[in-house]
Design a protein around this ligand. Structure first.
Ligand code: BGC
Length: 736
């Protein structure tokens, strides 16, 4: 009886008890909502925040509210997202609704070397330090997203934005992009890998419609993005301006939903490039999450009022909307509402040190006949000639233009290092770009010089002839058409009469070093007349110091080219057989997977300088390579060990490269492909053994009929090399 009474009573009171518990917990979650409980799992916080948002609030977080920010939810205390360019430094603040400099005085940054220079280091550790420093600067400047890294593959030397990217090889770029992104994000700042994808030319970037085989897409153009998503865990990604198979990439369901989100499991935010969305329905359905633009009428953006109206009319799915919002909330909780993120720092000594180290490690010594470099101790008069020795290169180039706290010019760097008993004399030689102002920011020295080309040349020859050594510093300058967003280069040749000038200088003084400041390959009709050539990239705030470090031998050059320098434009895959370039229409990538060295090797075209090439002030000897076993089984791996010895008198680093060739294969494959590299530092006489792990996945190709990666049993060759055209050891093995 008692038992029956208890059961009956409990049944009667149970609903009331439930209500009480619910009321308490509601009150509890009102006081301390789950989304504000920093110890709660991320996804619980996201769901809780989402459940509290109105339809209008949901749509309002999906588009810009200013040039570089999007709204949070004020009512819920969810902060805005603030973003900034770019890949190699945190851009100056611009006005809310206008691209002009906001005039702040606390927004100067450290410019790090542009990404071609980072790629040329072939150094994962440095890529990590770079990401850490950049992330700290972005964090200090209260950014939640830094719009980089840029990772589009170098397909043509005319692409105006190559200098912002990481070269022609998907493996090299992937290996460096991962530590970069991870370390940026350790600061609670999201990386935003860009531009997804096939943005390989600029002039008609809003029109060009790329058609490329699935195999080339997966083997060449997507791997870096895939590494950014799957290995680095990037929290955001930016689409590109161009079209792919008839659709803008921002409207491509195949790219955004099928590949990026479903196949790779991307849980972050797909951000549009500024103004790259052209239709609400196409963008919503393809998988765009957030829209930025160039105009100020933010409520008219495709993912703003037009999307809201469509949702209200029942034209769009609410679950689709929620998925987009979850992604944005996740990003906010990972960044702005992440209580554990550090505070960051700006313009610290450590950041300058990183910029200088990366710069010096990225410089590539292309040629050094007779050991002209490093500058010898008995040199007492150095002639520095050329505009780029003076010109500050951190401005220009478009979105990557920066306002820096300081920039050491190359001339200044040489003077700082040369010492009192060495006279450094300068002549302009040519006038290229006297621009000293960009985005309202004044940089550096007055560069206007109205003398005629003949007068400038005559002066330069006289100065060159009077010196022990001549350092010509030329190249490009980030003006439109000279390494700049929105413009492709008109030609592969150096402009402003530089080729003629170099010839004349080499005649006046054979001890000449040509240093090229550029992020692209240039033709070198004078190559046989000059003993030494340095590829120096855009080195950022510490350019002059990094340059002098290598010039005087304080740092032994160890950079290797991240892309091929062709002898002439017509040799390169995008221009071979007179293909249209730039291309406003249907743009067939007929070369398929044969991009960069893969192309030159297939066609047996001798490049000017091969991928992976770079000299040192010392020499390295490669010993016998040993393979740990003769066969790899499916999902297995083997190791290759090779001893490398510094046989010179100077300490230095060597980038030991591993290329793989598929000897027996049922389809056409490149002669070889980069699948490993290690950078080793060796004292004179020192030997270190480099170990490469070859796992089965490194042997795969993409089978576009089956839509999957395949490795075919058979024989393979591992080529241990100092450059793609300098194979030192070969070992064979089998895949069973
Ligand atoms: C560029 C992006 C850049 C964005 C914001 C676009 O024009 O293509 O790389 O991040 O502008 O400045």
């Amino acid at each position: 009886m008692t038992i029956i009474f208890i059961v009956m009573t409990a049944r009667f009171y149970f609903p009331f008890l439930l209500c009480l518990v619910a009321a308490c917990s509601t009150r509890q979650s009102e006081i301390n909502p789950v989304y504000l409980d920093f110890s709660a799992p991320l996804e619980d916080r996201v769901e809780d925040a989402l459940s509290r948002m109105t339809l209008e609030e949901k749509v309002s977080i999906l588009h810009a509210q200013s040039k570089f920010s999007s709204a949070g939810v004020q009512r819920l205390g969810i902060p805005d997202i603030s973003c900034s360019d770019g890949p190699n430094g945190v851009r100056q603040e611009v006005l809310w609704d206008d691209w002009h400099h906001a005039g702040w005085t606390n927004d100067s940054c450290v410019a790090f070397p542009t990404l071609t220079a980072l790629a040329a280091t072939w150094d994962r550790e440095l890529a990590g330090q770079y990401g850490k420093a950049l992330g700290e600067e972005a964090r200090f400047r209260e950014k939640n997203i830094i719009l980089g890294p840029g990772v589009n593959i170098f397909r043509t030397p005319l692409c105006g934005r190559n200098f912002e990217y990481m070269g022609e090889d998907p493996y090299l770029a992937s290996q460096l992009v991962v530590p970069y992104i991870r370390n940026v994000q350790k600061n609670g700042v999201s990386a935003c890998v860009k531009h997804f994808c096939l943005n390989n030319e600029e002039t008609y970037r809003n029109q060009t419609d790329v058609y490329v085989s699935d195999r080339a897409l997966h083997e060449i153009y997507l791997p870096v993005f895939k590494a950014a998503v799957k290995d680095a865990g990037t929290w955001s990604l930016m689409t590109s301006y161009n079209k792919y198979e008839g659709d803008y990439t921002s409207h491509s369901h195949k790219l955004l939903s099928e590949i990026l989100k479903e196949e790779w499991g991307f849980d972050g935010v797909v951000v549009s490039d500024w103004g790259s969305i052209h239709d609400t329905e196409a963008a919503v359905k393809a998988g765009m999450d957030m829209e930025f633009g160039t105009s100020g009428s933010y409520s008219d953006y495709y993912l703003a009022d037009p999307y809201l109206a469509g949702l209200e009319e029942g034209k769009f799915d609410m679950n689709e909307l929620d998925d987009k919002c979850r992604r944005v909330l996740r990003l906010i909780f990972r960044t702005a509402m992440n209580p554990e993120r550090p505070f960051g720092s700006l313009c610290s000594d450590e950041h300058y040190e990183t910029a200088r180290k990366v710069g010096a490690a990225g410089i590539v010594l292309l040629k050094n006949n007779g050991g002209l470099l490093p500058v010898r101790k008995d040199v007492h008069r150095i002639a520095v000639i050329g505009e780029n020795a003076l010109k500050k290169m951190t401005i220009g180039g478009g979105a990557a233009s920066l306002k820096v706290q300081h920039e050491i010019s190359i001339l200044q760097g040489i003077k700082d290092r040369a010492g009192d008993d060495v006279e450094v004399i300068y002549a302009r030689g040519y006038v290229g770009s006297p621009t000293t102002y960009q985005d309202g920011i004044l940089v550096g020295t007055e560069l206007i010089d109205e003398r005629s080309a003949d007068e400038l040349t005559a002066e330069a020859i006289q100065v060159a002839a009077s010196a022990d050594i001549v350092i010509f510093v030329g190249g490009m300058n980030k003006d439109g058409g000279q390494d700049c967003e929105g413009f492709d280069r008109p030609s592969i040749d150096l402009l402003y009469g530089q080729n003629e000038l170099i010839h004349a200088l080499a005649e006046a003084n054979p001890n000449i070093v040509v240093a090229l400041v550029s992020g692209n390959a240039v033709s070198m009709p004078w190559i046989d007349t000059v003993p030494s050539v340095l590829q120096t990239w855009y080195l950022g705030s510490e350019a002059g110091h990094a340059f002098a470090d290598v010039l005087f031998g304080d740092v032994n050059p160890s950079g290797k080219l991240p892309f091929t320098f062709p002898k002439q434009l017509g040799d390169s895959p995008a221009h071979y057989a007179g293909k249209a370039f730039p291309n406003p229409d249907r743009n067939d990538y007929a070369e398929g997977i044969y991009v960069g060295y893969r192309w030159y090797e297939k066609k047996d075209i001798q490049p000017l300088f091969a991928f992976g090439h770079g000299l040192s002030y010392t020499e390295f000897e490669y010993g016998q390579a040993k393979v740990s076993r003769a066969t790899i089984r499916k999902k297995g791996s083997l190791q290759i060990r090779v001893p490398v010895t510094n046989i010179g008198k100077t300490a230095g680093s060597e980038v030991v490269q591993l290329y793989i060739s598929d000897v027996e294969c049922s389809l056409d494959r490149p002669e070889k492909e980069l699948k490993g590299f290690e950078k080793v530092y060796l004292l004179p006489g020192e030997t270190k053994t480099v170990t490469f792990n070859i796992s089965e996945d490194l042997l795969q190709y993409y089978d576009d009929t089956a839509g999957t990666w395949v490795s075919e049993p058979g024989e393979f060759e591992a080529k241990i090399a100092a450059a793609s055209d300098d194979i030192r050891r070969t070992v064979r093995f089998f895949l069973k």
